[in-house]
Design a binder for this molecule. Structure first.
Ligand code: BDR
Ligand code: CA
Length: 322
């Protein structure tokens, strides 16, 4: 657990119910120095994503954190939102008091470049959304990678998909961007942690846990209502904190089990476009017979999580009981 100097962090989001959970944690935990947040179209159209992001930060009293709008649509794929999961406004249709703040005038890619180039110490970038902005950043301004300590992204999965049987939503939404980011990080020697579907559903908070906070006007109330919305939506007594788990992984890496594995993104495939092909083989035997060779991108792939520990970290922080 990080108890020393706060870790400099930038989030890239498509807020999004669980992105909102991640923003709450990053905005409120003293172990994170939140330098900026960039937005991309994903769970909801870009306009809603920006409005939701500002609303969460302002609820936390974090009007100091710059928020910038980035790519509205993927590089090649047609845009398709996930409002059937996240509500029409992308954040659970909670009728929460909205922020009046305007976003930063810079494009997300320019804000990312400025924050990374100007950073006195390396920053951890946490993309929780389709990787369009990050692909554009790393190909337009590769020098910005010098400001990166690592990338911890929510996306992909070794075993399962959700958008399709094969592919996870963030990678499926913009597979070319995900492929560019993995290759660029390998070329630029930026370490990458993949917080994917193998762990995403592990940290869970129950409806009973949040019940007493539902009418609270501050961050605890927003957190409670986000959990409550998901429980209602899925008819479940508890809900994942989703993207917030990737922020927990920055604060408390010991709660996550990772294995260094080669990963490629499937860009063709009739049934598998957008799948992260995680190479779980023992390399001693098979490489000589594999026409593809080893993927250049070798990531720290999260295969196990202490769900209780992360859920507890999240709820204690956002409810103010830490
Ligand atoms: C991811 O897709 C979105 O629905 C969530 O916000 C999360 O980032 C899970 O596949
Ligand atoms: Ca997300």
């Amino acid at each position: 657990m990080n108890t020393g100097t706060p870790t400099p962090v930038i989030l890239d989001v498509d807020t999004g119910v669980d992105d909102a959970c991640a923003l709450l944690l990053a905005a409120l935990h003293p172990g994170i120095d939140l330098r900026g947040v960039t937005c991309v179209g994903g769970n909801a159209p870009l306009r809603e994503v920006v409005a939701n992001t500002l609303t969460v930060l302002d609820t936390c009293g974090r009007e100091d954190v710059p928020v910038a709008a980035g790519a509205a649509v993927p590089l090649l794929e047609p845009y398709a939102d996930a409002r059937h999961v996240h509500g029409h406004d992308g954040m659970g249709d909670l009728d929460w008091h909205k922020s009046a703040r305007r976003p930063d005038q810079r494009h997300a890619v320019e804000l990312l470049r400025d924050l990374l180039v100007e950073a006195a110490e390396p920053v951890t970038l946490v993309p929780l959304a389709p990787l369009t902005n990050i692909a554009l950043l790393l190909r337009t301004y590769p020098e910005a990678a010098r400001g990166l300590a690592r990338v911890v992204f929510m996306g992909g999965g070794a075993q399962a998909g959700n958008a399709t049987a094969s592919a996870e939503f963030n990678v499926f939404h913009d597979p070319e961007a995900a492929a560019v980011v993995l290759d660029a990080c390998a070329e630029l020697e930026v370490p990458v942690t993949m917080y994917g579907l193998d762990v995403f559903y592990g940290p869970r908070v129950s409806r009973a846990q949040v019940r007493d906070h539902l009418v609270d006007p501050g961050p605890a109330g927003l957190a409670a209502r986000l959990i409550d919305f998901q429980c209602e939506r899925f008819g479940s007594p508890d809900a994942t904190i989703g993207d917030a788990g990737a922020v927990c992984a920055v604060l408390d890496p010991d709660g996550l089990s990772t294995t260094r594995l080669p990963v490629r993104v499937e860009l063709a495939g009739t049934w598998s476009r957008g799948r992260t092909v995680v190479d779980l083989r023992d390399w001693d035997g098979d490489l000589a017979h594999d026409p593809h060779g080893q993927a250049p991108a070798v990531l720290d792939v999260a295969l196990g999580v202490d769900g209780e520990r992360y859920a507890d970290l999240w709820w204690r922080t956002v409810s103010g009981s830490a």
